[in-house]
Design a protein around this ligand. Structure first.
Ligand SMILES: [Zn+2]
Length: 387
């Protein structure tokens, strides 16, 4: 009995629970994410009498294929995109009405759709200040944010931006329990997310309402009807963010080891994937003065048939090893530009269509420790292990 009570208590801590005093703030990268991943939670918050604000970071206006089909127009210009963005806003407001959420509290920020990674890597300071002002202004008890493990690059980039903001300005309300933060995934099946999720229970009625909310996004149903409606049957899952969560590897990154001013990253890239596109490693963190710094390392593909093991310098900042035309080994990256007290974020970008194969990894400041080591024997045929 005692164990069961403890397990229930533990589960309760990991799931959002709302009262009439709750203030929920949901950050959605695009119109539709609220319906696909958070419909049940929004309904539960509304029923409890909580105040709810949904913030749409982009208008989802860079969405050319459904627009071409629906508008029967091949070339789309800036005016067309703005019109599409306005249409997607009206769809989002209709979905929120179905879920019982007050549309007057909704905010649309209009950041560039499909370009949040570029915003993060190039110039996100004004965006971070905007997010901080929204969070401070609403004073949420519950905050829902996309996961850094989501395979849509806009989702994972927004997740990193929000973590930077929370870390810098809201660590106290998080530590004292005044504000709890949960992350959600819309795209992909990352074990880094799904291995630690809590599942939200849903009634038949809540699931039916979720389906009606998804149906409000008519522009998205045009080309992806089955996939979109399938979300109504998928249970909603969240991961509660802790102060010091363990870093789990994702995608082609097999290990991460951080010492004071250096990162050692284990990678395994199959030859086929290396030919598809040139992988790029993004590294981002704060410098000694607190300003955001980032570095980008291209990992060039090798011509096939090279059977020797050799060491190469990548962009002058990293040492890497190739074996044949695959890549399997360690990158050692000097990172003196980052403060050793700063969290570092890493992502290997290798897109297929517009999805990533994995999200960002958050690597906390640490004296010296192995974050994770995984074995993937037999998963990627054709790889040669480097000893
Ligand atoms: Zn989205």
């Amino acid at each position: 009995m005692r164990l069961a009570a403890l397990l229930l208590e533990d589960l309760a801590v990991q799931l959002p629970a709302f009262t009439s005093d709750s203030r929920l703030l949901l950050f959605a990268p695009h119109p539709d994410d609220e319906s696909l991943a958070c419909s049940i939670l929004l309904q539960q918050a509304v029923r409890a009498g909580a105040a709810v604000r949904v913030v749409y970071v982009t208008d989802g206006d860079d969405n050319p294929w459904p627009q071409r089909v629906l508008e029967r127009k091949w070339r789309l210009n800036a005016t067309d995109r703005r019109r599409w963005g306005r249409l997607r806003r009206t769809e989002a407001l209709a979905a929120l009405r179905v879920l019982g959420v007050n549309g007057a509290a909704t905010r649309f920020l209009g950041l560039p759709d499909q370009k949040l990674t570029a915003v993060l890597m190039c110039d996100c300071q004004s965006g971070l200040e905007r997010f901080a002002a929204i969070i401070a202004g609403w004073g949420p008890t519950h905050l829902l944010a996309p996961s850094i493990s989501d395979t849509h690059p806009d989702h994972s980039a927004l997740a990193v931006m929000l973590r930077l903001v929370l870390d810098e300005s809201f660590s106290e309300p998080m530590a004292t329990g005044q504000m709890a933060v949960w992350s959600y995934v819309v795209h992909g099946k990352s074990a880094a997310f799904f291995d630690r999720t809590a599942t939200i229970c849903q009634s038949h009625q809540e699931a039916a309402t979720k389906l009606r909310a998804i149906r409000c996004h008519k522009t998205q149903l045009k080309l992806s009807r089955k996939r979109f409606l399938g979300y109504a049957n998928r249970p909603e899952r969240v991961v509660k963010l802790g102060a010091r969560d363990e870093t789990l590897v994702d995608g082609s990154i097999t290990s991460v080891f951080r010492v004071a001013h250096s990162l050692r990253i284990g990678l395994r890239l199959a030859p086929k994937a290396m030919r598809m596109s040139e992988p790029t490693l993004f590294v981002l963190g704060r410098g000694e003065a607190g300003t955001l710094r980032c570095t980008t390392i291209r990992i060039p593909a090798r011509s096939s048939g090279v059977e020797i093991l050799d060491s190469v310098s990548l962009d002058g900042v990293a040492e890497a090893q190739y074996c044949g035309n695959a890549f399997a080994g360690q990158l050692t990256i000097p990172v003196p530009i980052f403060s050793s007290a700063s969290t570092i974020f890493v992502k290997l970008e290798r897109r297929s269509w517009f999805f990533d194969e994995g999200g960002w990894l958050e690597i906390p400041p640490a004296e010296s420790r192995t974050i994770a080591e995984v074995q993937r024997d037999g998963v990627e045929a054709g790889l040669v292990t480097i000893h």
